[in-house]
Design a protein around this ligand. Structure first.
Ligand code: GLN
Length: 486
């Protein structure tokens, strides 16, 4: 196996044992980015010089000081602050913004010995499902460059699928880790709300946002989560509860576990290939001794509407800070303050971000607040109740990750509603705050990856990781990689 094909788990073992140097490992990936990424556009900014320097410093470290991710290169979605490197959020308004501090997740990765490889492309401010809303470039799906990689963490997903990085960080507000992971044939984990610190993450919808790992295997996701998770005094929403050693528990017996299969999971609007892979996944779990049971989640049919009211309301308030005074772009600097702000926002934000700000401001405005925002909050509680009821009987819920495999670039750009429907299975986990893990479960007739996801109880990442890991021990979908030699 060539170096760049290896998983985080195997690289970290070899790096810690001194069988590989951090410098040669980083070089293998930076060279691959240089030769392959021009045709994919996964990275906005490779950080070759910084990464190389850091890798050399790691090689000089005393053997006893090697962390669990010693020398492992990791790509980072461009919405997470890495001190000294631009953090554009895929937006013109932050095109030249350079954070002066590291996000807590970056501090933790550094403390564990990881090397940040570069910043990856995304939909502007994480709003989108295809990376087509990036102000800078559209990332291509490595399995078929005429297709989208999904979004909003499409750059991170494409980077891992094309083996330009063994792992990447993504963020998930309504599915942005899991949906691109599914469309690119990789693993993506959205941790429980509060499991991972968001200090240094640019906010989109604060009651929904979470940071999580994207990688080749569930085993890698467990290892990365151990590093990322845990209390952080700098983030008031971060949970104080201790972090279990997920990797050590991966082989726990799953035979007595119960898996809920929502009746809506294979309903209308779902592609045949997704339905077939989902049915196969159910059977594979059953063959592992897992008991399956049909469940009802009646309120989830309103999840998309509920999400797009709440997420836009929160975004309209979070994005108010980009007004040309404190951050990034300033246009019309010689004009009166109001005009300067209006001009900056008009030119700095793209069409989808503007649509969300308008929608969000509308649903929060006097006279409409009760009709929309309050009602959406009540629906959110009903959805949470559905899952609470389900989790009294089952240990996890299995669902498709997306209704279809990757769609052609350009297919949905003029139809925001059909784009929003790509999130139909992912947003419930964000609305209820539960952890959810997407992993490869098959391929469509034309060779595009299909994913399924497990949703777990709050703070029970351990169970979904065990189930996902044992699924991968009995299948090889995750071992397949796109052929990029063409
Ligand atoms: N596609 C969803 C949206 O556009 C989810 C985004 C996300 O999770 N960041 O809002």
């Amino acid at each position: 196996m060539t170096l760049w094909q290896e998983t985080v788990t195997s690289l970290s073992q070899k790096l810690r044992a001194g069988e590989l140097s951090a410098a040669e490992t980083t070089r293998a990936f930076t060279e691959r980015i240089e030769s392959i990424d021009p045709s994919l556009g996964a990275f906005l900014e490779p950080m070759t010089a910084v990464a190389t320097e850091r890798a050399q410093a790691l090689d000089a470290l005393d053997e006893t000081k090697r962390g669990p991710l010693h020398g492992v290169p990791i790509a980072v979605k461009d919405i997470i602050s890495v001190a000294g490197s631009r953090c554009t959020c895929g937006s013109r308004i932050l095109e030249h913004y350079v954070p002066v501090y590291d996000a807590t997740v970056i501090e933790r990765l550094h403390a564990a010995g990881a090397v940040v490889l570069g910043k990856t492309n995304m939909d502007e401010f994480a709003m989108g499902s295809s990376t087509e809303n990036s102000a800078f470039q559209t990332t291509k799906n490595p399995w078929n460059i005429d297709r989208v990689p999904g979004g909003s963490s499409g750059g991170s997903a494409a980077a891992v699928a094309a083996r330009l990085a063994p792992a990447a960080l993504g963020t998930d507000t309504g599915g942005s880790i899991r949906q691109p992971a599914a469309l690119c044939g990789v693993v993506g984990l959205k941790p429980t709300y509060g499991r991972v610190s968001r200090y240094g993450l640019v906010a989109f919808a604060s009651s929904l946002d979470q940071i999580g790992p994207m990688c080749q295997t569930v085993e890698d996701a467990a290892l990365l989560l151990e590093t990322l998770a845990g209390d952080d005094p700098k983030d008031a929403t971060c949970a104080t509860r201790p972090v279990p050693s997920y990797s050590r528990e991966l082989d726990a017996d799953v035979a007595k576990l119960r898996l809920g299969i929502p009746k809506s999971a294979t309903g209308e609007g779902i592609d045949d290939s997704v339905r077939a892979s989902f049915d196969d996944a159910v059977r594979l779990f059953e063959s592992l001794g897992v008991e399956t049971e049909a469940i009802e989640l009646p309120s989830t049919e309103h999840a998309v509407a509920c999400y797009y009211l709440l997420a836009t309301a929160e975004a309209s308030s979070n994005l108010a800070r980009y007004e040309g005074v404190r951050y990034g772009l300033r246009n019309g600097a010689t004009k009166a303050l109001r005009e300067m702000m209006a001009e900056t926002r008009a030119e700095g934000f793209g069409p989808e971000v503007k649509r969300r700000i308008l929608l969000g401001t509308f649903v929060l405005s006097a006279g409409y607040y009760d009709a929309y925002y309050q009602k959406a909050q009540r629906v959110r509680s009903l959805i949470a109740k559905d899952f609470e009821n389900a989790f009294e009987r089952v240990d996890a819920v299995l669902m498709p990750t997306t209704p279809t495999p990757a769609f052609p670039i350009g297919d949905k750009v003029d139809d925001p509603l059909s784009m929003y429907l790509m999130d139909i299975f992912t947003i419930t986990a964000n609305l209820i705050g539960a952890p959810a893990l997407s992993f490869p479960a098959g391929f469509s007739e034309n060779g595009l990856p299909v994913g399924v996801q497990l949703v777990g109880r709050h703070f029970d990442e351990a169970t979904i990781l065990q189930l996902g890991h044992q699924f991968q021990q009995s299948s090889d979908f995750h071992c397949k990689a796109p052929d990029l030699s063409r």
